[in-house]
Ligand binder design. Structure first.
Ligand SMILES: *[C@@H]1O[C@H](CO)[C@@H](O)[C@H](O)[C@H]1NC(C)=O
Length: 263
């Protein structure tokens, strides 16, 4: 009996803790590319665990600031937002924002009227990971020249290039070009340095030399950039208090009921 109550208490505490942690959101985009052709059907999703926090999708473009999905642009469907025919003026930075002002990661989207895009990772890439860039037309891949910060770095017959064991020096502005199809817009690739713990004097470079590098799950998911603001935590506190109160009441009730039986 005691143990079941204890476990109930423990569970409710766990619930409180997990809801506290869940008050972050993660923005994803489909197709997963920071460059898109005009006319593409695009879905942006706030992946959140607590919809009661009132996450909304917002964006900054050259002409708009902090405009909300479903109001000025896009069609809101639950936690997703659909742009059924994306256009150049939809280029901008997108993010999820809670009622209290907590923000998710943000995603830069560039829409082109042209016929070439560079498909690069939407999210920052971890140092040591491999990154593949695709130079694409609407229909096919093709021989492409890849540029970083304005300089030609590689020509790839298959239209895609992979950078192995990315390091901070790979960060930069990338684009691709093909003689018959033209040039893609440029996209910034961000490299996140793997979080180093405070006591780590022995560890050499973060990229492991082994050819079979461990999956990226070895470190925490890239949600490190999401910072829940203190107000969010405050809004959760009442819920925890309520849950604990209910548990307490149950506890007292049981004790009261049980006593006469036992004595
Ligand atoms: C959006 O624009 C506002 C106003 O210029 C700025 O304060 C904010 O940081 C921008 N948001 C992002 C994610 O760039």
């Amino acid at each position: 009996m005691e143990t079941s109550l204890q476990s109930l208490l423990f569970l409710s505490l766990l619930l409180c803790c997990t809801t506290n942690q869940a008050l972050t959101a993660h923005l994803t985009v489909s197709p997963s590319s920071s460059q898109m052709f005009k006319g593409e059907f695009v879905t942006l999703s706030c992946e959140e665990d607590d919809s009661s926090a009132g996450w909304t999708l917002r964006r900054n473009t050259t002409t708009e600031t902090r405009t909300e999905c479903g109001v000025k642009w896009g069609r809101s469907t639950g936690s997703s937002c659909i742009i059924s025919y994306i256009q150049r003026l939809d280029s901008g930075v997108y993010w999820c924002e809670s009622r209290e002002g907590a923000t998710s990661n943000s995603i830069n989207i560039t829409v082109t009227d042209g016929s070439v895009i560079l498909q690069s990772p939407v999210l920052p890439v971890m140092e040591g990971d491999d990154v593949t860039l695709h130079c694409k037309t609407k229909t096919s891949n093709f021989t492409a020249d890849f540029y970083k910060d304005g300089s030609l770095i590689r020509t790839e017959p298959a239209g895609h290039m992979t950078i192995h064991h990315v390091s901070k020096s790979d960060e930069g502005l990338y684009k691709c070009h093909n003689s018959s199809h033209g040039e893609s817009p440029s996209s910034w690739i961000t490299v996140t340095v793997k979080p180093t713990t405070t006591s780590q004097p022995t560890s050499p470079s973060t990229s492991s030399p082994s050819s079979t590098s461990p999956p990226s799950s070895s470190t925490s998911p890239p949600s490190s950039s999401t910072t829940p603001h203190p107000p969010v935590l405050w809004s959760v506190a009442p819920v925890c208090v309520l849950v604990l109160l209910v548990v307490l009441v149950l506890l007292v009730r049981r004790c009261v009921r049980r006593k006469p039986k036992e004595i």
